[in-house]
Design a protein around this ligand. Structure first.
Ligand code: AMP
Length: 300
């Protein structure tokens, strides 16, 4: 049931049409872990600098996240990302990406992390994702996420990674960029030919589509009228999904289908606050209640 994640641990600067916040706790590994922590304990691998507030580590530990794989480089600065959302609160522009300590991060997995049954390679350098895979042995399921930044800068390593993973998560524009195809389904099928057994394309407020050689599932997003900050929606979707899979200890088609529903519900909470603020107010029960509402919405 062990779930390992490697990814960015960040201090974000987020601008929406109504507010601007600096030093928001973020990063793909943080949003993923917090979401997955509602289902199972999580092992986090990442790196931060001397500017990292120690209280973040304690808070994450109190949510069942094992932080012993977080390297602190005292002389460096934590990864920083700043982004601005447009009026529609769906499209965003990256204003700045400061890789800082993430630039030449060489992950070293603590011994206890090496045999994790479920592994998630959250958005981050493909080279780092590959280094984690080299140290991890016998995982039942390996799923990776990526984004345009890495598709452009590390395309060759990404093509190598695709041959070693079971599933790939990415958003629609990234799927098109990686495959060169304009239709989402054609893009997903082309990515399947590059290695993974399944691809999940996230379409923001329009939900997600799962594509494998045998199945296609589509799922709408849970509609919320309280979108405060969409940052980390994709990571928390992945966290809810992988957390549920790990809690079941298996990754058959039916389990993955239900896991995608959990991912959708957790992501709908994530967007209702800055960073992980909204998730921090939740209990597992809140997730179950929203899932029941969602079930009534999509049944036909
Ligand atoms: P999402 O909204 O799901 O795409 O996730 C946004 C999170 O990813 C933010 O908290 C950022 O700190 C982090 N992030 C942004 N750009 C990168 C990047 N190039 N590599 C890794 N993490 C990133």
């Amino acid at each position: 049931m062990s779930l390992l994640v490697v990814g960015s641990v960040a201090l974000d600067c987020i601008e929406t049409p109504v507010a601007r916040k600096e030093d928001v706790l973020g990063g793909s590994a943080v949003c993923f872990s917090y979401a997955a922590g509602f289902f199972v304990p999580v092992q986090l691998v990442g790196v931060v600098g001397g500017d990292w507030p120690e209280e973040h580590t304690k808070m994450l530990e109190s949510h069942g996240i094992d932080m012993s794989g977080l390297e602190i480089q005292k002389g460096g600065k934590t990864f920083r990302w700043s982004g601005k959302y447009l009026e529609n609160m769906n499209d965003r522009v990256t204003l700045e990406t400061q890789l800082n300590v993430l630039a030449d991060f060489q992950p070293k997995l603590p011994e206890a992390f090496r045999r994790a049954q479920f592994v998630f390679l959250a958005n981050g350098s493909t080279k780092t994702q590959l280094q984690v895979l080299e140290q991890s042995h016998g995982a039942d399921l390996v799923v990776a996420d990526t984004m345009n930044f890495w598709i452009e800068s590390e395309r060759d390593s990404l093509l190598g990674l695709l041959k070693k993973i079971d599933g790939l998560l990415l958003n629609d524009s990234e799927a098109k960029m990686l495959s060169g195809e304009l239709n989402v389904l054609t893009a997903a099928r082309k990515i399947l030919e590059l290695g993974p057994k399944f691809v999940i394309v996230k379409k923001g407020e329009h939900g997600a589509i799962f594509v494998s050689q045998y199945d296609i599932y589509v799922i709408p997003a849970f509609p919320t009228d309280n979108v405060v900050d969409p940052t980390g929606a994709g990571d928390s979707f992945a966290g809810g999904m992988m957390g549920y899979i790990a809690s079941q200890g298996k990754a058959d088609g039916e389990t993955i289908k239900k896991a995608i529903v959990y991912g959708t519900i957790v992501a709908s909470f994530q967007v209702e606050g800055f960073g992980i603020d909204r998730l921090r107010q939740l209990t597992r029960d809140d997730i179950e209640q929203r899932l029941e509402k969602f079930r009534k919405m999509v049944e036909f």
